[in-house]
Design a protein around this ligand. Structure first.
Ligand SMILES: Cc1ncc(COP(=O)(O)O)c(C=O)c1O
Length: 365
């Protein structure tokens, strides 16, 4: 399928980027800041890029209200890289040796849990695997340990479409939050976690840069084996530039932050995200063809998963939606069904167009 116009792209990530951002990047591609070169061609240590870098950090600090007691690192290796980096940087804070607690509410937090087992004791606090990752285990069932260095959870499970409505309360142990798929989509109190991390490729811009926001008192506890580029303290004292940073991805993330500031910031985008998700879930709930299987209180505002009750219609649904310019609705292979990822850059019109198509498809089914 080829298109001569912009599609509505429901991909889970890399995902849709605001048209304004793409246009600005295109305009500046051959000649950035009058340098006669693009941003990707200039030194990361030059004064122009360093100024951009500082502005990117400042904009993120402003958008998320990140206090000075937290460092912001712009790294590589994605969320999966951090699944290794986090235990290497923090696990040795365990009272009786390297140990951390894990809440498993989907495939991503399960991956974090499994990766951490390489570095110490990974303790399972609770899991919703038996409920097919369609819910969050009740707080009363959580088995927190008393000697863990930190508690890890995934704030939004991109594959299952399960989101924590609030930051969980785990007492005084530092919380570590994977916010790969809901960063900047809703207001959060940064001080409620010791570490927040995630890639830029869903709510911010292209892939290639991984954001780690870490409370400064948690720096300096890395295991000896930690590769320097993933040693948070070393990166923090070297402006995340121990190795050549992903300059173009950082520039694009910066344009994404400016776009978000122009929209009115996280508060405004959160309202819009809530509206988009409400519309879609309301439609699913009244339909006799489609269903969402996630416990209502934990439905994701970012990744709306749904199934056609008659699965023989799946192929037709995907082919026809694609032809209508509503693209990438196939669910993750581990979950099946469909998934509409409606991150910050997905306009309300995209969600309305999807509902219109789905209503029409149901009528014809
Ligand atoms: C919630 C979550 N965590 C982690 C990851 C892995 O991130 P990356 O691909 O940046 O390594 C993803 C990727 O989709 C994700 O959705």
């Amino acid at each position: 399928m080829t298109f001569d116009r912009r599609i509505f792209n429901f991909a889970a990530g890399p995902a849709t980027v605001p048209e304004e951002v793409l246009k600005q990047a295109a305009d500046e591609l051959l000649n950035w800041q009058g340098l006669g070169a693009s941003v990707m061609e200039v030194s990361h240590r030059g004064k122009e890029f360093m100024a951009l870098y500082e502005e990117v950090l400042q904009d993120l600090r402003t958008l998320m209200h990140i206090p000075d007691s937290y460092a912001i690192l712009l790294l590589q290796g994605g969320g999966l890289g951090q699944n290794a980096a986090i235990p290497m940087n923090l696990m040795s804070l365990g009272k009786n040796g390297p140990k951390a607690d894990f809440l498993v509410t989907g495939i991503w937090s399960e991956k974090s849990f499994k990766e951490a087992e390489k570095y110490g004791v990974a303790h399972l606090v609770a899991s919703s695997a038996e409920e097919k990752f369609n819910t969050i285990p009740p707080r009363s069932t959580w088995q927190l340990s008393d000697d863990a260095a930190y508690v890890h959870y995934c704030a939004n499970e991109t594959i299952g479409g399960v989101e924590f409505p609030n930051v969980p309360n785990v007492g005084s142990v530092p919380l570590v939050a994977d916010i790969s798929s809901n960063i900047l989509s809703r207001e959060i109190d940064v001080t409620k976690c010791g570490v927040w991390y995630g890639g830029a490729q869903k709510n911010i811009g292209p892939s290639g840069v991984t954001i780690v926001i870490v409370r400064k008192d948690l720096l300096g506890y890395s295991m000896k084996i930690t590769p320097s580029i993933w040693d948070w303290e070393k990166q923090s004292t070297n402006q995340s530039m121990l190795n050549t940073p992903p300059t173009f991805a950082i520039y694009m993330a910066g344009l994404g932050f400016k776009w978000l500031i122009k929209q009115g910031g996280v508060k405004v985008i959160e309202k819009r995200n809530q509206e988009k998700a409400d519309l879609l879930y309301q439609f699913l709930d009244q339909s006799s063809l489609y269903e969402n299987r996630v416990t209502k209180a934990y439905r994701s505002r970012m990744n709306v998963t749904f199934f056609l009750k008659d699965e023989s219609l799946n192929a037709g649904f995907l082919a026809q939606s694609n032809a209508a310019g509503l693209v990438a609705l196939r669910g993750h292979k581990a979950a099946g069904g469909m998934r509409a990822s409606i991150y910050n850059a997905m306009p309300l019109e995209g969600v309305r167009a999807l509902i219109e198509f789905m209503r029409d498809f149901e009528r014809r089914a």
